[in-house]
Design a binder for this molecule. Sequence first.
Ligand SMILES: NC(=O)c1ccc[n+]([C@@H]2O[C@H](COP(=O)([O-])OP(=O)(O)OC[C@H]3O[C@@H](n4cnc5c(N)ncnc54)[C@H](OP(=O)(O)O)[C@@H]3O)[C@@H](O)[C@H]2O)c1
Length: 343
Amino acid sequence: MRNEAHAGANAEPRHQRSIAPHLMRAAVVTRYGPPEVLDVREVERPSAGEGDVLIRVHATTVTAADYRLRALNMPAGMRLMGRLAIGVRKPRKPILGQVVSGVVEKVGAGVDRFHPGDEVFGLTPGGGYADYVAVNADGPLALKPEGLTHGEAAALPFGGHTALHFLRKGRIRKGERIAVYGASGDVGTAAVQLAKHLGATVTAVCSGRNIERIRSLGADIVLDYTTDTIPPAHARYNVVMETVGKTSYSRWKGAMAPGARFLMIAGGVPEYLRMIPTNLFGDHRIIAGVAGADAESMEFLGARAEAGELRPVIERTYPLDRIVEAHRHADTGRKVGSVVIEL
Ligand SMILES: NC(=O)c1ccc[n+]([C@@H]2O[C@H](COP(=O)([O-])OP(=O)(O)OC[C@H]3O[C@@H](n4cnc5c(N)ncnc54)[C@H](OP(=O)(O)O)[C@@H]3O)[C@@H](O)[C@H]2O)c1
């Protein structure tokens, strides 16, 4: 899908910078806070340890995980758990960036899945906001789809793996009806396309300004949450996917068929507590948790993209030097698909 705004037209080209060979540029975060805590500076370049590949990063994105980690912005009731998991006073990993698309520079001992020069894309456990990142070669990484730029490939893994994980957990079947709430986000845009690929009839819910864009991704029906009745009267969905933490099972249960599944991607503790009685005694099942990713899921997304069944949705592109602006835009909660960072 066409990139609407390229914010990096005046950025200094990468090759004009002179950086010592053991150093690299990275956006570093040394405390939790607003986008301004991101500071682009020179840091030590990582190396490829045993089982790793060292990737020269060409593109990454501002994912929900990145803006949440940066600001310690957790779903309701999860802040303490979040601190313990990612760092009590500051992020334990100072370089954010969950996504990468780039070129393998070096491989560590024991790696035969990739070779220097391979173009790859995938997820990292952090570290993508840098010229180089070292990741496990057996992790969620795959060869970049040939017809895609690095920016386009970087727009696939985050929303793509999340949507895929939950659609698979929800065992969506051909011919079933799914409602995707929050269809214009990174997860939602992937969910609409993957649900269509799996043969479902898709009702997408977004705001009016995004209706045409979401229709163009293949949604059968698109509803505007600012003007339409949500959920629509007499609807009987087999699957409801809530991607943005802005609606609830209680609101949708009357619009769900017997045996239907509610995929809760962004719920907080109160929603998790409501899961227990529903799953024990109700007619429906609520499915939540953290989306896992592996090499197979990246290969699956790459294959769907090559086949034209999963199109990257990119709203804006920024150079690394303007990563603060990119995060400011994502913080509005209104980004459409991906905000790409080019290096
Ligand atoms: N469980 C997991 O493993 C997992 C994995 C990934 C992500 N997540 C969570 O999933 C959530 C979504 O991630 P994302 O990457 O898709 O976020 P995102 O791209 O930042 O979502 C932005 C979108 O949300 C839409 N939106 C905002 N308010 C809305 C509302 N009231 N109703 C419907 N849509 C609304 C906006 O559309 P409008 O401007 O049109 O409102 C915008 O397009 C995040 O909370 C993230 O933490 C969970």
